[in-house]
Design a protein around this ligand. Structure first.
Ligand SMILES: Cc1cc2nc3c(=O)[nH]c(=O)nc-3n(C[C@H](O)[C@H](O)[C@H](O)COP(=O)(O)OP(=O)(O)OC[C@H]3O[C@@H](n4cnc5c(N)ncnc54)[C@H](O)[C@@H]3O)c2cc1C
Length: 453
């Protein structure tokens, strides 16, 4: 049998990797080349935290492969056929990419391989259920989450597969080297790699999943899984998570399963509506008037730096700067603040998040922003405007989250931390609110009313 190539992309793992099993089985007693192509297009678009995670994850994968990971830098359209030709492989295996850029790139690679007499095989996807599979009885895609989630559960997913047992990895000759791990002295990032991902999953299921339903909305509790970055790079497959989760009963496990479904849902939306990455799904709400100019830019900078004067917003934005991650509830609050209090386009905030988030993912991030902006899949007949003070008091009732990330407020006790302007003296170094929330809320509702009419 011929040598084969396994091209790693968003699946930097050996366990539960069906495409890898296929590559190994096709190779039989011959060798498998483990390839990763550092494609400059997505690589340039990744901010420091994501680049760092990728670089460290590739190192971990290379260790697991005994040093056999061949890294090439360049356009996959030339690099993949080249890596195949070097070992006389006429079969290349991948897990399918359903994103707009990735699927177009794979079509071009497929054609280049065909021209060279080789075949590209796609098996599996980075999702529990591949985008495009869950459909309404009439064959059209779901536009709303709840019916999608019901159909998703009914559809079900395959069980995980083991890592391949006996693989003769071909030595990685003439590689272009690992990407540098960027120097981010002020950013504390999680450990990368399949082992770290599996340990995190086990710890979450052991210690936290039973309280997940109530804890997941509390940024002051460390109650979520923090698996998003591992899912982003495929260090863990969602099916593995779902199979382990099935061993747990109760509301926590059910709620957590639902969150995994949100990830699949947004990938499905992006598959059917690729333009929705940067264009509002609801064009009418998307046409709401937004601000631009000097004042808008200054407000954006204050938001990005965590200096809006609204403590829960500032805590979230500073958490993002410090650890490349932000709690989901606070992602919603900070996003709402940018769109509804500062009247800036959701795309501007989404691009900023993508730059800094270690788990930055077009489908989840940009559709999460659209959900908050009211332009997305969940087209509510009214416009939601989060009140940053009420949200803070509700989800960080003792103020511990704010005190952790905003040192200027560290001495303010209890929930008073959410309204520093009510204190006798304004805490030193902490800014006054940059806007009046009640006035900006009214302004948003007026603008919404104009597009609604
Ligand atoms: C404005 C905004 C931007 C976001 N950007 C991203 C992003 O770039 N990348 C990303 O992975 N998630 C994004 N999310 C979704 C969510 O905030 C993160 O997945 C979650 O905070 C990651 O932490 P966790 O792994 O501890 O989550 P958990 O609560 O432990 O959830 C488990 C997993 O479920 C999935 N999940 C949970 N909530 C959502 C959701 N609302 N949408 C899609 N998937 C979800 C994630 O894969 C997550 O890892 C965004 C949400 C909003 C509102």
């Amino acid at each position: 049998m011929p040598n084969t190539v396994f091209w790693f992309r968003r699946d930097l793992r050996l366990i539960d990797n069906p495409a890898l099993l296929e590559a190994v089985s096709a190779a039989g007693d011959d060798g498998v080349r483990a390839l990763f192509v550092l494609d400059p297009v997505p690589f340039r678009a990744s901010g420091g935290p994501r680049t760092s995670h990728l670089a460290r994850s590739l190192r971990a994968l290379d260790d697991a492969l005994g040093g056999a990971l061949l890294i090439r830098h360049g356009d996959p359209v030339t690099e993949v056929p080249r890596a195949a030709a070097e070992i006389d492989a006429d079969e290349v295996y991948i897990a399918a990419d359903y994103g707009p850029y990735g699927s177009r790139r794979d079509q071009r690679v497929e054609k280049a391989l065909l021209d060279a007499g080789a075949t590209l095989h796609r098996t599996g996807s980075p999702y529990a259920v591949a985008p495009g599979r869950v459909r309404k009885p009439d064959g059209t895609p779901y536009r709303v989450f709840t019916p999608f989630s019901k159909a998703w559960r009914t559809h079900g997913w395959r069980g995980p597969v083991d890592a391949p047992k006996k693989v003769s990895w071909l030595p990685a000759k003439d590689g272009d080297g690992f990407p540098d791990v960027p120097d981010l002295p002020d950013v504390e990032l999680p450990e990368a790699g399949e082992d770290a991902a599996r340990e995190r999953l086990a710890a979450f299921l052991d210690e936290k999943v039973r309280h997940y339903k109530s804890d997941r909305n509390r940024p002051d509790h460390d109650g979520t899984s923090r698996l998003s970055v591992h899912l982003k790079y495929g260090e863990l497959h969602p099916r593995t998570i779902l199979a382990e989760l099935a061993k747990h009963r109760g509301e926590g496990a059910d709620t957590f399963r639902n969150e995994i479904c949100w990830r699949d849902f947004y990938a499905d939306v992006m598959f059917h509506r690729p333009e929705s990455v940067w264009e509002s799904l609801d064009q009418r709400v998307g046409s709401i008037e937004t601000d631009s100019g000097k004042q808008a830019d200054e407000r954006f900078e204050a938001w990005a730096a965590g200096r809006t004067g609204f403590p829960i917003v500032d805590a979230g934005m500073r958490q993002l700067l410090s650890v490349g991650w932000m709690h989901n509830r606070v992602r919603m609050i900070t996003a709402s603040f940018l769109v509804k209090d500062l009247h800036l386009p959701w795309q501007r905030g989404a691009a900023h998040f993508l730059d800094l988030l270690v788990d930055g993912d077009y489908a989840s991030n940009n559709h999460g922003w659209q959900w908050v902006a009211g332009t997305g899949t969940d087209a509510a007949p009214y416009i939601r405007v989060f009140n940053p003070v009420t949200q803070g008091k509700k989800f960080d009732p003792d103020g511990g989250y704010v005190r952790r990330w905003v040192p200027e407020l560290a001495e303010v006790s209890g929930a008073a931390v959410h309204e520093p302007w009510t204190l006798e003296t304004q805490p030193e170094g902490y800014p006054e609110p940059i806007v009046d929330h009640a006035a900006e809320r009214k302004e948003t509702l007026d603008r919404f009313e104009r597009v609604r009419r």
